[in-house]
Design a protein around this ligand. Structure first.
Ligand code: HEM
Length: 218
């Protein structure tokens, strides 16, 4: 057991933990996106889907697992940053090669905070019904009335742009940490990361634009 603790506490162990949690969160994003696309099928179908999820006996365990993944991803990143900063309080940034930096890597901290703020607001409103008069059987109505506001729709689109940037760097970085770092495969993983980020964030962004365009419930 001691070796596991030592590994998790090492620099590479923390990177592997953050990377694995990030990749599992990408799996959640794909299933969440697929479920959200049912919105386009209308109120009855989407609410039936939401009810099916709510009634699933595995849901509480899956939600605890999901919350644990988010917490591990965030806390281990913060802890590693804090340790880095303690070891090298001066000009850590200067040691990073400028050549390898992308928009995704440069903005990682900002997009992380944007996503954290988004998730808190998103879960409080759409899942727990804060600031809405609709019940938990009326999730479609919650989404549509919430996103008819240009501010909210705009905030969602902005966050999806942040999500795209975060994923574009996170995806590549996770695979590199897990050992896929080879002149032959690195460009493929880089391209796959960008494709994944654009496809996932772009498709998510269509939903608030569409909901805003619909103008709420008819
Ligand atoms: C346009 C984009 C999105 C829409 C329309 C949407 C819609 C929803 C809805 C309706 C729920 C509540 C489900 C229910 O109560 O049955 C929900 C939950 C949730 N969403 Fe989203 N979502 C979007 C994007 C995202 C993104 C990008 C993330 C993460 C970065 C995210 C993370 C979550 C989480 C963590 C939950 C709570 C899941 C649970 O505990 O059951 N969502 N979303």
């Amino acid at each position: 057991m001691r070796w596991l603790f030592d590994f998790l506490n090492s620099s590479i162990g923390k990177k592997v933990t953050v990377g694995l949690a990030g990749l599992l969160l990408c799996g959640f994003l794909l299933t969440h996106l697929a479920g959200n696309l049912i919105l386009f099928a209308g109120q009855a179908k989407f609410n039936a889907y939401a009810e099916f999820l709510e009634k699933n006996p595995l849901l509480p365990a899956l939600e605890i697992g999901l919350a644990a993944l988010f917490l591990i991803h965030i806390i281990v990143t913060l802890y590693a940053r804090w340790q880095n900063w303690q070891a090298r309080p001066v000009s850590y940034e200067m040691t990073v090669s400028k050549g390898g930096r992308t928009w995704g890597s440069r903005t990682m901290t900002y997009t992380a905070f944007l996503l954290l703020g988004f998730i808190i607001l998103h879960v409080a409103t759409l899942k727990y019904g804060l600031a809405t008069s609709f019940t938990e059987d009326e999730v479609f109505q919650r989404v549509m009335t919430f996103l008819k506001s240009p501010w909210m729709a705009g905030f969602y689109v902005l966050t999806m742009a942040g999500l795209g940037l975060h994923l574009s760097h996170g995806f590549e970085s996770a695979f590199q940490t897990l050992g896929v770092n080879h002149p032959k495969y690195t460009p493929v993983i880089k391209a796959a990361g960008i494709l994944f980020a654009v496809a996932v964030a772009g498709t998510f962004a269509v939903i608030p634009l569409w909901a805003y365009w619909q103008g709420g419930l008819k």
